[in-house]
Design a protein around this ligand. Structure first.
Ligand SMILES: Nc1ncnc2c1ncn2[C@@H]1O[C@H](COP(=O)(O)OP(=O)(O)OP(=O)(O)O)[C@@H](O)[C@H]1O
Length: 242
């Protein structure tokens, strides 16, 4: 008897990523992602966990289409609108929060009138108050993260790519943002959530993968992956680097 599996929304097949950068006399290469395959299903929250430098943000940038894999490919079942929420990306520092929010919405395909109609909700959710009218260059990292999160959440894109931004706001905003995200996750929102904090990934995600040195170490049910990652980290802290 054949079993029915849902069609994946996103399929990453054997992706590899090599960064190249120039020194004064040489060129450097860094193999950041190695032969990585994974799938994400419509409406799920998929977590990516792992230590600093393991390749989490690079995977998000690949999925957002900001960079291309040097090998393998990322297939989408249908064209998707997506928003990448990461610190310090995507805002014009000279423009106000209001104008940046308006631009972000329009860049995601919203009409000018629709974008304008969302601004009150974005302002209220962000709790930026009078700062919403001030240039983003005057914002702290936490305030920029509030603006990005509030804009993406209010606009309702197909795919939310969240890169650790929930950890920079103050505790009460983070709780509100996490609750709003969980609320959205109960519906049809597809979310990919990156964090080195296994407990936070476990609260928000249903499935996850753990990356180490650009390679897949474990993937599947979030509790299994989080336990494997936490055990690895505990071992590392007692016996030192492996
Ligand atoms: N533009 C770049 N040029 C060269 N190397 C890069 C570039 N961006 C990232 N890297 C390297 O690729 C590796 C993966 O980086 P990435 O930012 O994806 O890791 P991460 O898991 O998100 O790390 P963190 O948890 O610290 O944010 C790191 O070793 C990093 O130094």
């Amino acid at each position: 008897m054949s079993e029915c599996y849902p069609q994946p929304l996103i399929m990453a097949k054997n992706i590899g990523l090599k960064y190249s950068s120039f020194g004064l006399f040489n060129r450097f290469y860094h193999h950041a992602i190695k032969d990585l395959s994974f799938e994400v299903y419509a409406g799920e929250t998929f977590g990516i966990m792992g230590r600093n430098g393991c390749g989490k943000s690079s995977v998000l940038r690949l999925l957002a289409g900001i960079i291309k894999p040097t090998s393998g490919n990322v297939l989408m079942a249908q064209p998707l609108t997506s928003a990448l929420l990461t610190l310090g990306l995507g805002f014009n520092p000279q423009l106000s929060g209001r104008n940046n929010a308006m631009l972000s919405c329009m860049l995601q395909g919203a009409s000018k009138d629709y974008a304008r109609s969302l601004l009150d909700d974005i302002k209220n959710f962000s709790e930026l108050g009078a700062f919403f009218e001030r240039p983003v260059k005057t914002y702290s990292a936490g305030m920029r993260s509030r603006l990005g999160f509030s804009t993406a959440l209010t606009l309702k894109v197909d795919l939310l790519l969240i890169d650790e931004t929930l950890s920079v706001g103050d505790a009460s905003f983070n709780q509100k943002a996490e609750a709003a995200l969980l609320d959205r996750v109960q519906g049809s929102q597809t979310v990919i959530f990156v964090s080195h904090n296994a407990a936070q990934v476990s609260r928000i995600c249903s499935r996850a993968m753990w990356l180490e040195g650009g390679c897949l170490k474990e993937s599947g049910d979030v509790s299994v992956v989080a336990d494997a990652y936490k055990n690895f980290m505990a071992r590392l802290n007692t016996v030192g680097p492996v």
